[in-house]
Write a protein that binds this ligand. Structure first.
Ligand code: HEC
Ligand code: HEC
Ligand code: HEC
Ligand code: HEC
Ligand code: HEC
Ligand code: HEC
Ligand code: HEC
Ligand code: HEC
Ligand code: HEC
Length: 421
């Protein structure tokens, strides 16, 4: 009896829940935006794609509907939906940043999503924003050139126009288009040159063992809103990632010159878009960015460069010799752990000296290369001792073998002479 009552209760509760669910879904469908349903059914190549794109966006899930940007009343089920006073139709280029900023500059609206709120401020100060607001130039990028108007995705989504692997292409849509950029005093080779850089090799996953997400792309150096960095800002810009190198650079006479005459910046030696893996040849070359490009071969600065080069060269030659010698005795059975530790220490010192070259201080550089030379010498000394031992051992072994052979020969002769007699 009691079991039956319990079952009826359960059925009642379940049907109540079902009722609620039904009501909720009716409510939800009544709330379906007329903009979405009508535009979705229009089958017009201009009026319908915004619906498909918006359905895939982060805005849809956040409740940012068509009316949030275009105005209108999505509860009205006919063309009158677009007849309200706040309906703006398609926004003008100049209206767009402010439109997006109505939410994206509002900390109360963005806090929940943990998004920054400075994009509009940065945009206004950027080269793009200044050209738009000061000269009315509508060919520049606005928010939708880089994010899309409808298929707005999180920057972590691989399909996003601003996912780090897509940014160069997004900027290149204008900056690599010579026709589009005609009339501006700007080159159109940034993407091409960037794609050849060491940074891009890492970004596109072509350098083993390096994390692509850490390599800079266009937006890392031009920040959210591209503005050409001033001379003195360049070390800060590169130093955001290369902090140790930038610290040493700031210790150098070059930094003094930079603050006084505006050269040399990091990019004067390394380039901005086509940064290659730097090598020792920079110290004696005369190409753009090499020491000889700015310093005459007879100058004291150039002589300093040659001194630095000499120190680096002899350190890396020492290290190469160590490698060869260690390889030589690799299979001799001796435990090489202590020698390999010395070798590794020397290797580390050589890696550490490269950022220090930016101080231009021969003394500081020598402090490190001396460690390389010291360790190398220790290893070479030990290897040569060991080789000596090996040789002696071999010689002794030879003598013992010879004695044994002579003895065997003697015994054999003896046996033969006994057999004959
Ligand atoms: C009953 C169908 C219907 C509804 C509902 C509707 N639209 Fe439209 N919409 C149209 C048609 C048809 C056009 C093209 C004719 C025109 O420009 O008036 C259009 C044009 C537009 C345009 C482009 C205007 C231009 O100048 O090119 C925008 C933007 C737009 N609608 C947004 C909205 C928004 C936002 C809503 C909801 C508040 C909405 N629409 C509701 C049918 C509809
Ligand atoms: C986040 C803001 C935002 C939302 C949400 C939004 N739009 Fe738009 N829409 C824009 C902007 C900005 C443009 C102008 C695009 C441009 O200049 O590239 C635009 C352009 C359009 C156009 C004109 C397209 C053309 O090629 O001329 C239509 C139609 C349109 N939107 C309809 C809709 C509909 C329907 C929805 C809802 C499904 C919607 N929009 C949601 C911002 C938005
Ligand atoms: C020139 C291209 C460009 C323009 C113009 C631009 N953005 Fe961005 N935006 C980007 C890039 C690239 C990123 C990703 C940066 C990163 O990876 O940190 C980004 C990131 C964002 C983010 C995510 C920020 C976060 O906290 O993660 C938002 C939101 C955003 N932009 C909004 C806007 C708004 C609003 C405007 C207009 C006022 C705008 N953007 C203009 C390129 C642009
Ligand atoms: C009505 C408020 C509102 C307007 C207007 C608006 N957004 Fe958003 N936007 C949001 C909210 C809320 C989110 C967070 C969605 C989420 O993270 O799930 C968001 C997310 C974004 C993101 C993704 C950020 C990231 O990397 O996670 C971008 C990019 C973006 N919006 C760009 C724009 C652009 C461009 C415009 C103007 C065309 C615009 N928004 C207009 C409210 C708005
Ligand atoms: C819609 C086309 C378009 C897109 C997309 C675009 N730009 Fe631009 N950009 C321009 C135009 C046009 C100018 C020239 C404005 C001027 O007169 O200075 C410009 C100028 C610049 C400048 C020079 C600013 C100055 O101070 O002189 C930089 C740097 C720049 N863009 C970087 C970028 C980066 C980085 C991206 C991608 C994240 C990007 N742009 C995306 C059109 C675009
Ligand atoms: C490693 C940092 C870095 C990266 C990555 C980078 N830039 Fe630059 N870019 C700079 C610096 C620094 C300058 C200006 C200083 C100089 O060299 O005169 C500059 C200048 C520019 C200019 C002005 C014209 C010119 O070519 O000098 C444009 C446009 C530009 N960058 C666009 C881009 C685009 C598009 C990308 C991505 C393909 C990109 N940048 C990637 C650092 C960078
Ligand atoms: C967003 C971070 C970031 C920024 C900004 C950046 N770089 Fe890099 N850069 C890297 C990473 C990561 C590597 C690879 C480091 C490695 O090999 O472990 C790298 C490699 C290099 C290398 C090759 C040597 C080496 O240590 O691998 C040079 C040279 C270089 N960057 C110069 C610059 C200059 C000059 C600037 C400023 C115009 C700059 N970078 C801005 C992240 C950055
Ligand atoms: C883009 C031009 C430029 C390049 C490239 C350049 N320098 Fe300099 N260098 C300067 C300027 C400017 C000064 C300050 C004025 C002066 O002493 O000539 C300077 C000063 C120096 C000084 C300090 C001289 C003193 O007063 O004590 C040394 C040392 C030096 N450079 C070495 C080098 C080395 C080594 C390289 C190559 C790695 C190099 N420079 C590449 C422009 C450059
Ligand atoms: C005067 C020219 C010059 C300037 C200015 C300069 N570098 Fe270098 N940089 C070099 C040379 C030369 C080497 C390579 C030495 C070698 O490999 O023998 C180098 C090596 C590097 C390396 C690889 C070794 C390391 O430090 O990890 C990085 C990264 C680097 N530079 C970044 C920078 C940054 C960031 C700045 C600005 C703060 C800068 N450079 C300024 C000439 C310069």
């Amino acid at each position: 009896m009691r079991g039956l009552r319990r079952r009826t209760c359960l059925i009642n509760a379940m049907s109540a829940a079902a009722c609620l669910l039904l009501m909720w879904s009716i409510c939800a469908s009544a709330q379906e935006s007329s903009c979405v349903s009508c535009h979705g059914d229009l089958e017009d190549e201009r009026l319908t794609p915004p619906v498909q794109d918006w359905l895939a966006s982060v805005h849809k899930d956040a409740g940012v509907g068509c009316e949030s940007c275009h105005g209108g009343d999505p509860r009205v089920n006919d063309i009158e939906a677009m007849a309200t006073s706040d309906y703006i139709g398609v926004p003008f280029v100049k209206q767009i940043p402010e439109l997006c900023a109505s939410c994206h500059s509002n900390p109360d609206k963005m806090r929940k999503y943990n998004l920054r709120v400075d994009e509009y401020d940065l945009f206004k100060r950027s080269g793009h924003g200044r050209a738009l607001y000061e000269r009315g130039d509508t060919k520049v990028a606005t928010c939708v050139s880089c994010h899309g108007a409808h298929k707005v995705l999180s920057k972590t989504d691989v399909d996003s126009l601003v996912h780090y692997t897509n940014i160069a292409r997004t900027c290149g849509a204008c900056h690599s288009d010579a026709d589009y950029m005609k009339g501006y005093d700007l080159p159109v080779d940034q993407v091409e040159r960037y794609n050849e850089s060491y940074h891009a090799q890492i970004l596109y996953g072509k350098v083993e063992g390096k994390n692509p997400a850490l390599a800079p792309t266009c937006a890392s150096c031009h920040t959210h809103s591209p503005l050409l960095p001033g001379a003195a800002e360049v070390p800060e810009l590169c130093g955001r990632c290369h902090s140790v190198t930038a610290k040493y650079f700031k210790d150098s006479p070059h930094y003094v010159a930079l603050t006084e005459v505006g050269v040399p910046r990091c990019v004067d030696c390394h380039g901005n878009h086509d940064i290659r893996y730097p090598g020792i040849e920079m110290l004696s070359g005369t190409e753009e960015g090499h020491c000889g490009f700015c310093h005459d071969a007879s100058s004291t600065q150039y002589q300093t460069a040659q001194q630095i080069k000499g120190l680096l060269e002899s350190a890396s030659e020492d290290l190469e010799l160590v490698e060869r010698e260690l390889a030589d005795i690799e299979h001799s059975g001796r435990n090489l752990d202590d020698l390999k530790t010395l070798r590794d220490e020397a290797q580390t010192s050589l890696t550490e000296v490269l950022p220090i070259t930016h101080t231009l201080s021969v003394e500081k550089i020598e402090g490190k290369t001396a460690r390389v030379d010291e360790n190398a010498e220790k290893v070479l000394q030990k290897v040569s001792e060991f080789k000596g031992e090996l040789k002696a051992r071999k010689r002794n072994l030879g003598i013992i073998l010879a004695v044994i052979l002579v003895n065997v020969g003697f015994l054999w002769l003896k046996r033969r002479s006994i057999g004959r007699s």
